[in-house]
Design a protein around this ligand. Structure first.
Ligand SMILES: [Zn+2]
Length: 155
């Protein structure tokens, strides 16, 4: 009987591998995944829906030109386009990563590759020159869950 209970508990624990996922270091020079808080151009926390300009992601500080790493094991699922505005072309790229029961979009990253498996901590690409588009902003990778849920709990 006790064995069955233990087995059931083990199976339940496996049912959602996403629960215990903690993202690894996302950007070179920011080992603690420190977040953009506020600067003259806005703020970096998740806002969900609400008053006008909702922010469906979390901004992790990343200096222009820094290496960006895979936050978990997964599969790359294509290049993303952040903007339609040609004035923002310099930072208009990102990469989608799926794995561990999660799907995440990383914006303002110029990806080395756009498909294939990557391991947690592996280089994904380079932070794009955000200062050239938003002078004075805290340069950052915008982390957004594909379902637009709050990514804060994974950090
Ligand atoms: Zn953002």
């Amino acid at each position: 009987m006790m064995k069955k209970v233990a087995l059931l508990a083990a199976l339940l624990a496996l049912a959602c591998v996403c629960e215990g996922v903690t993202f690894g270091q996302l950007c070179e020079g920011n080992p603690n995944n420190n977040r953009r808080t506020s600067d003259s151009l806005g703020h970096g926390h998740y806002e969900g829906s609400g008053h006008g300009g909702a922010h469906h992601g979390l901004d992790i500080i990343c200096d222009d030109g820094s290496v960006v790493y895979a936050p978990f094991d997964g599969t790359l699922n294509g290049r993303l386009t952040a903007y339609t505005d040609p004035a923002k072309a310099a930072i208009n790229s990102g990469i989608m990563l799926e794995g561990e029961g999660l799907c995440v979009k990383l914006f303002y990253v110029n990806p080395d590759q756009t498909s294939g498996r990557v391991s947690k901590g592996q280089r994904l690409g380079v932070m794009m020159p955000m200062q050239s588009v938003y002078p004075g902003i805290t340069s950052h990778v915008h982390v957004e869950m594909c379902d637009q849920s709050d990514p804060t709990k994974y950090f």
